[in-house]
Every structure is written in structure tokens, then in C-alpha cells.
Design a binder for this molecule. Structure first.
Ligand SMILES: [Zn+2]
Ligand SMILES: [Zn+2]
Length: 274
């Protein structure tokens, strides 16, 4: 756990933005729309507060959980690697070495230049959490994007509904404030929604962002030699989803329910009979 990760401008910006969105949604737009003193208003405020709490909880998990370090004792499975090049490439077991760390890399691990180390099942380095997204914090990251998308869409609706209801009565600055808030919330919802759809696609195909781009190159190379490329870790939609979120659907919603994760050093491949 590294609390220094909070000492960054993008991380502070996330806190400021969350605080701003929370304030305008509850105390400006829900208040304008149905009033906080009505039971419907307080129910809406309570639900949005819970959503913001879940976002912040997931955010803390993303920042503080180590994405996955390669243990010093890690030795690659030499037997697996002795297979033919093509076979080992298919199951991701070929010997891979990191020039910078001077160690062997397990399948799906990559070197992060920002963190200056290899990260297990690395997806990408995320500026907004000042941490890599890897084996141990990919689920919290996905759940964070999910909650943040739901929250910003909800907030966008409250802005739109309350601005249609409101009588601005010639108060131009107030109207401008509503328009700016609406534009910010629509932009945020579209950005987070796109990120969510992208990661749903990756989870369904059991891919990381890095593997998606590697796959494009591998497909192109395979096509050139008249072959086809298949992502080795794509098992089945259900197994792909549960490998990230866990087998218990009730625990899917908890970003820190990570009991289903093993060591991040080996991964089942599609030839294992899925
Ligand atoms: Zn490395
Ligand atoms: Zn990193």
C-alpha cells in the first residue's frame, strides 16, 4: 500500500471533480428538481451519495492495491517453453525476458516505464490513479469505471430535468452555469461510457489493452503467412468474465472481493479444453 500515490495532480483533480459533481448534483440539481426535503428528493440524494461513496471506495482500491509484482523466486516453466515456437506463442508460455529488470516475465506481464518495473497482467498505466492497472487492481478499476459511468449519467439527467423545469427569469449567468454543467456532465458521461464499453469488450475477450494492440499486429503477421491468429487466453464469455469479476455474482459489485485471484503468474489457455 502506497499512500504517496495520492500526492499527484491528476489524483487531486479526481477528488475535486468528484466533490464538484456531488455538490452540484445533490445541492443544486436534485434540490431544484424535487427538493431535498421531499421524500423522493432525499431518496435520490441518498442513492447518489451511496454511488459516490462506492466510486471513492473503488478509487482508493485502485490507487492503493499493488497491481502485481513478479516474485523474486519466479522461474518460468521451461518444459512449456521447450515446445515449438508456434505452440509456445499460442499458449503464451514462451520465455520472455525483461531487459530493464533483467528477469523472466510471466505470461501477460509487461514492463511499465512509469513504475519502472514489470507488472503482472498489465493493462495500462493510468495517470488518474497514479498507478498501473494490473492483475490485482483490474477488477477495482473496472468497477470504478462502472460506478463512475452510472453516477455521471444520473447526474446528467438531473441537470437536464432541473434545467427544463427551472424558471431562469432573465438571470443569464444562472442559465450559463446550467449550460456549462450540462455540457461537462454530458462530456464526462460520454468519456466514461466509452471507457466502460471498451473494458467490457476486453473482459468478454479476456484481453488487456496491451494484448489488444499486440493482437492486431499478430493477426496481420498471421494473415501475411496465410494463417489465422487467436488470442490464447480467450476461453468462453462466462469464464472470461468470471476470471476478472469472480465466480460469485453477488461479489461482482465489490471492488475488493478478489478471493478468486491466484498468483497472476500462469493463466489457462484456450487449448486447455474450454
Ligand atoms: Zn521489467
Ligand atoms: Zn505503471
Amino acid at each position: 500500500m502506497k499512500f504517496e500515490r495520492f500526492l499527484s495532480i491528476p489524483v487531486s483533480a479526481v477528488f475535486l471533480l468528484t466533490g464538484f459533481v456531488y455538490y452540484i448534483t445533490v445541492f443544486v440539481f436534485v434540490e431544484d428538481w424535487i427538493g431535498l426535503r421531499s421524500s423522493a428528493g432525499s431518496l435520490n440524494a441518498m442513492m447518489f451519495t451511496l454511488l459516490c461513496f462506492l466510486c471513492l471506495f473503488s478509487f482508493f482500491a485502485c490507487v492503493l492495491i499493488d497491481p502485481g509484482q513478479i516474485p523474486a523466486s519466479y522461474v518460468p516453466d521451461v518444459e512449456e517453453s521447450r515446445r515449438s515456437d508456434e505452440e509456445s506463442q499460442k499458449n503464451g508460455a514462451q520465455l520472455r525476458q525483461c531487459d530493464r529488470c533483467s528477469t523472466y516475465k510471466p505470461p501477460r506481464a509487461h514492463h511499465c516505464r512509469v513504475c519502472r518495473r514489470c507488472v503482472l497482467r498489465m493493462d495500462h498505466h493510468c495517470l488518474w490513479i497514479n498507478n498501473c492497472v494490473g492483475y490485482w487492481n483490474y477488477k477495482p478499476f473496472f468497477i470504478l469505471v462502472l460506478y463512475a459511468t452510472i453516477g455521471s449519467i444520473y447526474s446528467t439527467f438531473t441537470v437536464i430535468i432541473s434545467s427544463f423545469q427551472k424558471d431562469f427569469g432573465g438571470r443569464a449567468p444562472l442559465k450559463v452555469f446550467y449550460v456549462i454543467c450540462g455540457a461537462v456532465m454530458i462530456g464526462l458521461s460520454a468519456t466514461l461510457g466509452t471507457l466502460l464499453v471498451w473494458h467490457i469488450y476486453l473482459i468478454i475477450h479476456n484481453m488487456t489493452t496491451i494484448e489488444y494492440y499486440e493482437g492486431i499486429r499478430a493477426s496481420w503477421l498471421a494473415r501475411k503467412s496465410g494463417q489465422s491468429y487467436q488470442h490464447p487466453f480467450n476461453l468462453s464469455v462466462y469464464r472470461n468474465i468470471t476470471s476478472v469479476l469472480g465466480p460469485n455474482m453477488l461479489k461482482w459489485w465489490c471492488p475488493t472481493a478478489l478471493g478468486h485471484l491466484k498468483d497472476g503468474l500462469t493463466f489457462p489457455v484456450s487449448r486447455d479444453g474450454s
